[in-house]
Design a binder for this molecule. Structure first.
Ligand SMILES: NC(=O)c1ccc[n+]([C@@H]2O[C@H](COP(=O)([O-])OP(=O)(O)OC[C@H]3O[C@@H](n4cnc5c(N)ncnc54)[C@H](O)[C@@H]3O)[C@@H](O)[C@H]2O)c1
Length: 249
């Protein structure tokens, strides 16, 4: 029960890594708000969780007004916020860097980078009031050891790592910890978009660069998010922790 009675937000909690984090946080006693723009998926997932400590809030995290309204509703519901997981993310399809459309570039940066600016505008003042809080940002090994043809996605995750370190140093005196997780390619619906096509050949190509010989899973990422969000990591801030089976060695 490492998060007993903690109020936690998991963005993109309807699918993939986020869904894994939601389930693990619930097992550890947390109250969890899933924030997602896929209401159908979120409600179906919540139904399967059979918990009265999870609830869903719609928000488009790439839209500042939508995020402001989200925090208005949350502040009516909760008197404090203990943990924020900025997990929602997206990618462009693999392409030569000069061929990625401006629309796709803007989408990637709006969801992967600007959403963190938006959630920080509300979550950080809230955590400052209570002089406590933990923020976990889901970055990627793409930030540390980029693959070709995903350049703008990789760069958005590099942004996430620098934002994490800068947030951590600025917020340390407020007793707010900020850390990032850098997962290697993982078994989620987003994987096919990274690979371009989900075939045995593309899977083999990705797997061949992971020394432990498998993709990451939502359970791997959830275990790491739990640790970084919990008091067990009380002395840890500003790290970008690879969960990558050795990919970045
Ligand atoms: N799967 C991988 O291989 C991998 C590897 C490294 C890092 N990551 C990162 O992990 C995070 C989670 O990815 P995933 O693989 O679980 O993806 P996913 O597609 O399974 O889940 C992403 C969730 O985010 C939600 N979302 C996307 N844009 C949103 C928006 N604008 N507003 C609200 N919700 C939005 C989606 O509806 C979905 O529920 C992302 O930040 C991704 O970049 C993924």
């Amino acid at each position: 029960m490492k998060l007993q009675d903690k109020n936690t937000i998991v963005t993109g909690g309807a699918s993939g890594f986020g869904a894994g984090i939601v389930a693990r946080f619930l097992e550890e006693g947390a109250n969890v708000t899933i924030v997602d723009f896929d209401e159908t998926a979120a409600l179906a997932y919540m139904e399967s969780l059979k918990s009265d400590r999870v609830h869903f809030e719609y928000a488009d995290l790439a839209d500042g007004k939508s995020v402001a309204e989200l925090f208005d509703r949350l502040q009516t519901r909760w008197s404090r916020l203990d943990v924020l997981v900025n997990n929602a993310g997206t990618t462009h399809l693999p392409a030569l860097l000069e061929d990625v459309s401006e629309k796709d570039f803007d989408k990637v940066f709006a969801v992967n980078a600007k959403s963190v600016y938006y959630t920080s505008k509300f979550a950080v003042p809230w955590m400052k009031q209570q002089a406590a809080g933990a923020i976990v940002n889901i970055a990627s090994t793409a930030a540390l050891s980029p693959r070709p043809h995903l350049t703008w996605y990789n760069a958005s995750k590099g942004w996430m790592v620098t934002a994490t370190k800068s947030m951590a140093i600025e917020l340390a005196s407020e007793r707010i910890r900020v850390n990032a997780i850098c997962p290697v390619a993982g078994e989620t619906p987003l994987l096919a978009s990274f690979m371009g096509s989900d075939t045995p050949e593309t899977r083999e190509k990705f797997l061949s660069s992971i020394p432990l010989g498998r993709f990451s899973t939502p359970k791997d990422i959830a275990a790491t998010a739990l640790y970084l969000a919990s008091d067990e990591a009380a002395m840890i801030t500003g790290v970008a922790l690879e969960v990558d089976g050795g990919r970045c060695i």
